[in-house]
Design a protein around this ligand. Structure first.
Ligand SMILES: Nc1nc2c(ncn2[C@@H]2O[C@H](COP(=O)(O)OP(=O)(O)OP(=O)(O)O)[C@@H](O)[C@H]2O)c(=O)[nH]1
Ligand SMILES: [Mg+2]
Length: 341
C-alpha cells in the first residue's frame, strides 16, 4: 500500500519539479521515508475519536467484568451501536463473537478484545472484490458521485495528485456545472495537483463536459480521466437522471476505458451515509466507496456498516483536508488503528 501511494518515482524531471513545488505549498517537505512512517500515525490520529468511542469504552467494560456473560455482550453491543456500526452489523458481530467464545472454550474476559478485532477484520475483508482502484489497464475513467458536501471535489484533487505522483497522466472533467463555484474549486484543485482540467460554463450540460473530457483524454493519451459530478440538483430524480445520462455517454464514447464508479460518503453523517449509499447503489453501478472525513468523527464504525450492508468495497478513506490526506483503505491497518493504545 505504501508503495502504491508514495513508492513510485515520477517519470520526468518536469513532473518532479512540479511535485516538489506542490509539496512545498503543502508543507510536506518530509522525505519519502518519513511519509511512509507518517502514514499509519496519520490514520491513527484521524481515527482518534473513533478509537475513544469504541476501544476505550470496550476496554472499560472488559475491565469491569470478571466472567463472560450475557450482560457483558449487551454492553458491548451498545458501544458498537453508539459508534455507528449499525444495528444489523452489530448483532452479527456480537453473535459471531459469542460463537467463537463457545467454540474455543474461552473463559478469560480480556480475550474478547482479540475476538472483536478478528471479527471486525473479517467483516472488512469479506467483500471479495478487488479493493484496489479499478484503473488498470489504461485508459481509465473514474466517475465520482455522491450527495452535496460529502467531499467529492476534494477527493478528486487528492486522487489526481496521488495518481500523478505514481507517474500517470491524469485529466479532470468538471461535470458539476450546477454552481460556478464548483468549477472554480475543481480548477484550483487541478492546479494544486498539477493536472489539466476540462471545464465548461456554469449551467452547461454535464454530459457534454464529460463528452469533451473523453475526447480530450483520447487526444492527449491520458491514463486516467477523473470526472466530478453534481451532488446538488433540484431534486433526487434530476440528479439520478443526470448521472444516467453521463453513464450513457461514457458507455458510448469510451467503451475501451477501464471504469471505476466511486461513491463518496461522509463518515460524520453516520447511518445517513449508509442510506445514501443504498440509494445510489440502486441508481448506478457503484464499484467502490470513498469514506471521507474519518478524521474528527467518532462515527468511524460506519465503515463496518457500509461494507457489510452494501457489499461494495470501501476503497479509499479521507483523513483530512490536505492534498495527501487520502489513503487506500486497508482493513488490517484500520482495525489496528482503532484498537491501538
Ligand atoms: N476533515 C476533512 N474534511 C474533508 C475531507 N474531505 C473533504 N472535506 C471537506 O468537506 C468540505 C466539502 O468538500 P467538497 O469536496 O467541496 O464536497 P463535494 O462533495 O464536492 O460538495 P458539492 O460540490 O457541494 O456537492 C470541504 O470543506 C472539504 O475540505 C476529509 O477527509 N476530512
Ligand atoms: Mg463538489
Amino acid at each position: 500500500m505504501f508503495k502504491k501511494l508514495f513508492g513510485k518515482k515520477n517519470n520526468s524531471e518536469n513532473n518532479n519539479q512540479q511535485t516538489q513545488q506542490i509539496e512545498k505549498e503543502n508543507n510536506t517537505t518530509e522525505s519519502e521515508e518519513n511519509k511512509k512512517e507518517g502514514f499509519f500515525s496519520r490514520l491513527k490520529k484521524g481515527l482518534s475519536k473513533t478509537r475513544k468511542g469504541i476501544t476505550e469504552k470496550v476496554d472499560v467494560i472488559l475491565k469491569s467484568y470478571k466472567k463472560i456473560d450475557e450482560e457483558l455482550f449487551e454492553e458491548l453491543e451498545e458501544v458498537l451501536i453508539t459508534a455507528d456500526v449499525g444495528v444489523n452489523t452489530t448483532m452479527r458481530i456480537i453473535e459471531d463473537v459469542k460463537d467463537k467464545v463457545k467454540e474455543r472454550k474461552i473463559t478469560e474476559v480480556e480475550e474478547i478484545r482479540e475476538l472483536l478485532k478478528e471479527e471486525l477484520k473479517e467483516i472488512l475483508t469479506e467483500v471479495d472484490e478487488n479493493i484496489s482502484l479499478n484503473i488498470e489497464p489504461s485508459p481509465a475513467i473514474v466517475l465520482v458521485v455522491g450527495v452535496n458536501g460529502v467531499g467529492k471535489t476534494t477527493t478528486i484533487g487528492k486522487l489526481a495528485y496521488r495518481l500523478k505522483n505514481e507517474g500517470k497522466k491524469v485529466l479532470i472533467a468538471a461535470g458539476d456545472t450546477f454552481r460556478a463555484a464548483a468549477i472554480e474549486q475543481l480548477t484550483e484543485w487541478s492546479n494544486r495537483a498539477g493536472v489539466d482540467i476540462i471545464a465548461h460554463q456554469e449551467g452547461a450540460d454535464p454530459a457534454a463536459v464529460i463528452y469533451d473530457g473523453i475526447q480530450a483524454a483520447k487526444a492527449r493519451k491520458s491514463d486516467v480521466l477523473i470526472c466530478d459530478t453534481a451532488g446538488r440538483l433540484h431534486n433526487k430524480k434530476n440528479l439520478m437522471n443526470e448521472l444516467n445520462k453521463i453513464f450513457r455517454i461514457v458507455e458510448r464514447e469510451y467503451p475501451e476505458a477501464t471504469k471505476e464508479v466511486l461513491l463518496v460518503v461522509d463518515a460524520t453523517t453516520g447511518q445517513n451515509a449508509v442510506l445514501q449509499a443504498k440509494t445510489f447503489k440502486e441508481a448506478c453501478d457503484i464499484s467502490g466507496i470513498v469514506l471521507t472525513k474519518l478524521d474528527g468523527t467518532a462515527k468511524g464504525g460506519v465503515v463496518l456498516a457500509v461494507q457489510s450492508e452494501l457489499k461494495v468495497p470501501v476503497k479509499l478513506v479521507g483523513v483530512g483536508e490536505k492534498i495527501y490526506d487520502l489513503q487506500d483503505f486497508d482493513p488490517d491497518n484500520f482495525v489496528e488503528a482503532i484498537f491501538s493504545e
